[in-house]
Design a protein around this ligand. Structure first.
Ligand code: 4NP
Length: 146
């Protein structure tokens, strides 16, 4: 799960997808394309919304996306088109590129919708981010765990 800062959207996506798949069969992680929040916990508003839905994401730590993620993961879900460009820029070949997917295409096929960045807004943005990601992660979990 990849966003810009790895403190708002992708930590939520990581926590949500992890709650929907068996821990012994899937490795789920998140990262930011930027380096601003390396080592930081998720934004308190993401932690709060996750808590409301029974998820604890407070122990996650920000890290930056790196080329090795193409080797370590089968699927790379990005939150918006800017994340997409930044990750694709690091791809070494077609196989790397094929792993990168806009997460909302899971529920709005081929439409390339962004998960809006809630960072500069209020708690309501985090609530709607949660709902979008919950729907998308449900699709992913169903697809990967049949
Ligand atoms: P995120 O939101 O990409 O969903 O984690 C952001 C958080 C921080 C910043 C940008 C986006 N920032 O510029 O610090």
């Amino acid at each position: 799960m990849v966003c810009l800062g790895n403190i708002c959207r992708s930590p939520l996506a990581e926590g949500i997808l992890r709650s929907k798949l068996p821990q012994d069969k899937f490795i789920i992680d998140s990262a930011g394309t930027g380096d601003y929040h390396i080592g930081n916990p998720p934004d308190p508003r993401s932690v709060k919304v996750a808590n409301k839905y029974g998820l604890d994401i407070s122990t996650q730590k920000g890290r930056q996306f790196s080329v090795s993620d193409f080797d370590n993961f089968d699927y790379i879900y990005v939150m918006d088109s800017s994340n997409y460009q930044n990750v694709i820029r690091l791809a070494r070949n077609n196989q790397d590129e094929a792993k990168v997917k806009m997460i909302l295409n899971e529920i709005y096929k081929n439409q390339d919708h962004d998960v809006p960045d809630p960072y500069t807004g209020g708690i309501q943005g985090f609530e709607s981010t949660y709902k979008l990601l919950d729907e998308a992660c449900q699709e992913i979990a169903t697809k990967l765990h049949m």
